[in-house]
Design a protein around this ligand. Structure first.
Ligand code: IDP
Ligand code: MG
Length: 134
C-alpha cells in the first residue's frame, strides 16, 4: 500500500486544530499507520527540506519548523500521496482551494499548517528520516 509522510506544522498545533486536520484525512478513508509529536531538531529539518537549502526562505522555514511541536504521521492508502496533497491544498494558502487544510488554517506561504510528501521517492526518504525502523 502507498505511504506518505504528513506533518502538522507548529502553527497548526499552536492553533489547536490537530484534531480537525486529522479528521480531514480520515474523512477520505486514509489510514494512520504511525503517529507521534515532537519538536524536530534543525538537522532533521535541514535533511527533510534539503531541496530548498539554497532558497532565500530556507532559514525562516527551519526556524519556524523547529520553533514548536510538530505532529508527524505516516498515512496509508491507495494514491495517498496525491490524495493528501489535494486535501492539503496549494502551498500558498491564498491560492488554496476552498475547504482544503491550507485554505482553512494556513496564514502565509511559510505558515501553511501541513506538509505532504510529493512523490514515492520523497515519501520513502522522509518516512525514514522521521521514523526509525518502520
Ligand atoms: P509544499 O510544502 O507544498 O511541497 P514546497 O515548495 O516544497 O511546498 O516548500 C516547502 C515549504 O517551504 C512550504 O510548505 C512552505 O512552508 C515553505 N515555502 C515554500 N515556498 C515559500 C516561499 O516562497 N516563501 C516562504 N516560504 C515558502
Ligand atoms: Mg514540497
Amino acid at each position: 500500500m502507498e505511504r506518505t509522510l504528513v506533518l502538522i506544522k507548529p502553527d497548526a498545533v499552536h492553533m489547536k486544530v490537530v484534531g480537525n486536520i486529522i479528521s480531514k484525512y480520515e474523512e477520505k478513508k486514509l489510514d494512520i499507520a504511525h503517529i507521534k509529536i515532537l519538536i524536530p531538531d534543525r538537522n532533521l529539518l535541514e535533511n527533510h527540506y534539503e531541496e530548498h537549502r539554497e532558497k532565500d526562505f530556507f532559514p525562516k522555514l527551519i526556524n519556524f519548523m523547529s520553533g514548536g511541536r510538530v505532529v508527524a504521521m505516516v498515512l496509508e492508502g491507495e494514491n495517498v500521496i496525491s490524495k493528501v496533497r489535494k486535501i492539503n491544498g496549494h502551498t500558498d494558502p491564498n491560492k488554496a482551494e476552498e475547504n482544503t487544510i491550507r485554505n482553512l488554517y494556513g496564514t502565509s506561504l511559510t505558515y501553511n499548517a501541513v506538509h505532504g510528501s510529493d512523490s514515492v521517492e520523497s515519501a520513502n526518504k522522509e518516512i525514514s528520516l522521521w521514523f526509525d525502523n518502520i
